[in-house]
Structures are given as structure tokens and as C-alpha cells.
Design a protein around this ligand. Structure first.
Ligand SMILES: NC(=O)c1ccc[n+]([C@@H]2O[C@H](COP(=O)([O-])OP(=O)(O)OC[C@H]3O[C@@H](n4cnc5c(N)ncnc54)[C@H](O)[C@@H]3O)[C@@H](O)[C@H]2O)c1
Length: 342
């Protein structure tokens, strides 16, 4: 069996999740390195996931000819620089969402990828969630006709720590971006205009950093479909993430994931266990699938399935939503028109 040798840049929450997913399910991938500027945590968990080396200098990974691909799992504000460096060194790239925090930096990173002729996949893993994949397949098969309206609810159980908030780019670019990507995916079109209103209602350190923890975004797509996305950083009772899509011929709904389907009938009514406790639990089913598509694209010499263009177009929605929310005006903030036709 031909093995793919990789390095993971960034050994925090998602870097560790990816290492675990690969170690437990992908015998044909070798994690030669995890690189992190603060390597202590990865030094602890790395050996449990078959990581051969934990280093603090990413150049060691880039300069190793045996490394075919890198997973960029560092803080968002570092992604574009690492994409450019990976491309210069001829490595295929899986980069976590969002792609970076400025259009100019994203465009420079995508140009470097194109020039080097390497692969780039963006970590929009929610497309590969079993429920959302089925919803997409239903749309493709014409089961609900043409999508007219998409409603996505995405609310985290607990907020990330303040250090994460500071480098995240804000909730709309960091968290809602998953939903904006799903909207494009389901609508099969690019955004024409975006309206967003947000506030900090729940978590004081989020507001202190100029960010919102509650927001509603409305996206009008070029093909006439409208999407409504509501987000919240903290429910306190588990993760809510569900989708409803109204089409010309029907309607589809996917609900929240629960820990189990147990229901206890008591004198006081029905009792159930909770919602999936966080997004890692909720979407762990999607990680082997999206990572598998990346490694398949390397082995089979095929294009990646979530591309740099997906990353850029989705960020355009995120930037428009962010500035609209900050302006707190009732007028629509028009997205920069996409280069691609609807
Ligand atoms: N697809 C998803 O569902 C998903 C889930 C969580 C996070 N993410 C994304 O993954 C990225 C990381 O998120 P996280 O939750 O793992 O954050 P985290 O803070 O837990 O981990 C980030 C790691 O990167 C390291 N780091 C920071 N700057 C670095 C640099 N210049 N060079 C090397 N290492 C550096 C930090 O020391 C830390 O260990 C973010 O972009 C986030 O948006 C995606």
C-alpha cells in the first residue's frame, strides 16, 4: 500500500482532531511531523497518535522532501503565509477554514498555489456531515425542485477562549463561515447581496474584543435563492445545528444531532439526554470523509473537492456580513460580485 507522508502545522484543537482521525482510520497516511510554535501540548498527545516528530519550526516540515502534503491547522491569521510557503515547497495543502482574514492575502495565497501547481483543499467539513450530504444529494436528484429558501441554525454550546477570539477574525468569519459555505453549496449559486445584524448579548469578553456572539445574516443569491443564517456562540445546553430548505417541489429538514435516542417516560413527562455537546462531537462524522477526499485527490491525481475558490467566495460573504453588522444600518451591503457566473 502506497503511503502518503504529511506534516500537520498547528497542534491545537483541530490539529489534534485530524491527527486522531488519521491515526485511527487511515493506515495509508503517515504523520511525520506536527509543528507548533508552542509544541508542549503536541509533545504530550503526539505519541498517542503515531506522530513521529513534534517540532517548533515549520521550516523543518517544508524542507523535508518526504513530506507530500501539509494540513494547516494554525490560528486563522497565519493561514495565508503558510499556504504560500507550502506552495513554494511543492506540498499539497489542506487548510482549515477560514482561508485568511483579508481578500488581498487570500488572493496572493491562491496565486501562489496556482503558480506552484499544488492542490489546495479548504476544511469546509460540514458539507461532508451525513445529514447535510443527504440534503445536497436530495437537491441534486431534484427531490425538492429548485431551492428557493435555505434556513440554517448554527449555535455553539460554549464559546472559544478569549485568546482564540482575538485571532479568529470574529464570529461571522470564524463560525458563520461554515454556514455561508453550506448556503452556496445548497443554493448552487454565488451571493449577490448580504444583510447582517449582530450583537454581543452573552459573553462579555467577546464584546470587549469588538465581536458579536449573536447574529442573523440574510444572503440573496444570483439564482434567486434566499438564505437566512442564525448564529450564536453560546447556548449553554449543547450544540444546535439544523437546516431547512424550501424548494419549488417540496421541503427538506435535517434536525439537531442528539447524544442518543433514549426517551424516558415519567410522571412529569418525557425526559431525553442532551444535544451533541460541541461541534467536535456534532461533526466528527464528517472529518474522516473530508480528509479522505483530500488524500484520495493526491493518490488519484484529481482536483480537490472544496477549493480555494470556495474559500474566497465564502469569505466575500463573511466580509460583507461583518461590515454590515458593524455598521448597524438597515441597508443591504452588496458583496463584491463573484468572478464566476451563477
Ligand atoms: N473545520 C472545523 O470545524 C474547525 C474547527 C475548529 C477550528 N477550525 C479552524 O482551525 C484553526 C485552528 O483552530 P483551533 O481551534 O485548533 O485553535 P487552537 O488555538 O486550539 O490551535 C491553534 C494552534 O496553532 C498554533 N499556532 C499559532 N500560530 C502559529 C504559527 N505561526 N506557527 C505554528 N503554530 C502556530 C498554536 O500554538 C495552537 O496550538 C482556525 O483557523 C479555526 O478556524 C476549524
Amino acid at each position: 500500500m502506497e503511503k502518503t507522508t504529511i506534516g500537520i502545522i498547528g497542534g491545537g484543537r483541530i490539529g489534534r482532531m485530524h491527527a486522531g482521525t488519521i491515526y485511527t482510520g487511515m493506515q495509508d497516511v503517515t504523520i511525520k511531523y506536527v509543528s507548533d510554535i508552542y509544541p508542549q501540548a503536541a509533545q504530550q498527545w503526539g505519541p498517542m497518535y503515531g506522530v513521529q516528530n513534534v517540532v517548533s519550526d515549520a521550516e523543518i516540515v517544508f524542507n523535508d522532501p518526504e513530506v507530500q502534503a501539509v494540513l494547516i491547522c494554525t490560528s486563522t491569521d497565519t493561514h495565508a503565509d503558510y499556504i504560500i510557503r507550502s506552495a513554494e515547497c511543492g506540498k499539497d495543502i489542506y487548510c482549515e477554514k477560514p482561508i485568511d482574514l483579508s481578500v488581498e492575502k487570500i488572493e496572493r495565497a491562491l496565486a501562489a498555489v496556482e503558480k506552484a501547481g499544488v492542490r489546495l483543499q479548504i476544511g469546509f467539513n460540514r458539507r461532508f456531515d451525513r445529514n447535510f450530504r443527504r440534503a445536497y444529494e436530495a437537491i441534486q436528484a431534484g427531490e425538492i425542485g429548485k431551492p428557493l429558501m435555505i434556513r440554517i441554525t448554527n449555535r455553539d454550546a460554549t464559546p472559544p477562549p478569549e485568546a482564540y477570539i482575538k485571532v479568529s477574525g470574529g464570529m461571522l468569519l470564524d463560525m458563520s463561515i461554515h454556514d455561508f459555505d453550506l448556503c452556496r453549496y445548497f443554493a448552487g449559486s454565488e451571493a449577490e447581496s448580504v444583510y447582517c445584524t449582530g450583537a454581543c448579548n452573552l459573553v462579555p469578553y467577546i464584546g470587549a474584543n469588538g465581536d458579536v456572539d449573536t447574529a442573523v445574516t440574510v444572503i440573496n443569491f444570483k439564482n434567486g435563492c434566499t438564505a437566512v443564517v442564525d448564529n450564536r456562540r453560546q447556548t449553554g445546553y449543547g450544540m444546535e445545528c439544523r437546516v431547512e430548505i424550501m424548494g419549488t417541489e417540496g421541503n427538506l429538514v435535517t434536525g439537531n444531532e442528539v447524544e442518543n435516542t433514549l426517551t424516558i417516560c415519567e410522571d412529569n413527562g418525557l425526559k431525553q439526554d442532551g444535544l451533541a455537546c460541541d461541534f467536535f462531537a456534532r461533526f466528527k462524522n464528517s472529518l474522516p470523509v473530508i480528509l479522505g477526499t483530500f488524500f484520495d485527490s493526491i493518490r488519484n491525481n484529481t482536483p480537490t473537492v472544496t477549493t480555494g475558490r470556495d474559500g474566497l467566495e465564502t469569505m466575500r460573504i463573511g466580509f460583507a456580513a461583518t461590515s454590515c453588522s458593524a455598521a448597524r444600518t438597515p441597508c443591504a451591503n452588496t458583496c463584491t460580485p463573484s468572478r464566476a457566473a451563477a
